[in-house]
Design a protein around this ligand. Structure first.
Ligand code: DC
Length: 233
């Protein structure tokens, strides 16, 4: 079974998807982390400008870098040239670069191939989250979810997650960064962020974490029951 969760940055996808996967006994796949692995490779090579832009002649060499993934405690962890990656994927430099390099179809094809291979290997099921899981990578997903929340709430959650103080000024600045990233992710030509027509839309602005998780788990269980009873007939 494939559960595809999409939505803008800070909509609560990652933490929710991880918990949904845990409750269903599925593997959690964060596709953004794979884009970040390519972004880290580009940053380490000094291939990107301070604005995170990759020159055209570097796109093919970057796509050829050896990015892989392994399942650790139920979640997929990216590897670069065999080395397991962690916190180095979350720096502001890598975040800015990931948004830029993910606009290149060559990089998207590499990430999509890794994701589809992982899905084929995980027999129990996967909960995969990103921007184009339900629209491009797994259009046949059994359940598609699109998570949204107002920018100020997403900014507030981001700051809390980073252990920062939540002040009105910081919320405004983080909210502006999130909206700029949403615009770039939604307006690019290659697989823009958009809601699948058959997605279940969940606005998490006023929902608790538990409510978000429960809604998706309940929808997934309903879907599993249907798939299983169809299989019996
Ligand atoms: O979810 P995230 O912030 O870790 O994602 C990092 C970047 O990768 C983000 O700017 C958008 C991009 N991305 C994408 O284009 N498609 C995906 N399926 C996942 C992430």
């Amino acid at each position: 079974m494939i559960v595809a969760i999409d939505g803008p940055a800070g909509s609560g996808k990652s933490t929710t998807a991880r918990e949904v996967a845990r409750r269903l006994g599925f593997v959690h796949i964060d596709s953004g982390a794979l884009y970040r692995a390519f972004a880290l490779a580009a940053c380490q090579q000094g291939w990107v400008s301070p604005a995170g832009i990759l020159p055209p002649e570097r796109v093919a060499p970057l796509a050829a870098r050896e990015v892989g993934a392994e399942v650790v405690h139920g979640s997929v962890v990216p590897r670069l040239e065999g080395r397991r990656l962690g916190d180095e994927l979350r720096t502001p430099e890598v975040t800015a670069c990931a948004s830029k390099i993910s606009a290149h179809p060559e990089i998207r094809n590499q990430v999509n191939a890794i994701l589809r291979r992982l899905a084929a290997e995980c027999e129990a099921g996967i909960v995969c989250e990103g921007r184009d899981m339900g629209t491009v990578v797994f259009p046949e997903a059994d359940l598609k979810v699109f998570m949204v929340a107002v920018p100020d709430e997403r900014a507030r959650r981001r700051l809390l997650q980073q252990g920062q103080e939540v002040t009105a000024e910081k919320v405004r600045a983080e909210s502006a960064r999130l909206v700029a990233r949403d615009t770039a992710d939604s307006q690019r030509e290659a697989s823009p962020l958009r809601q699948a027509e058959d997605a279940l839309v969940i606005d998490t602005t006023d929902l608790s974490f538990e409510e978000q998780v429960e809604r998706i788990v309940a929808a997934a269980r309903r879907r599993l029951d249907t798939v299983e009873s169809d299989g019996l007939h």
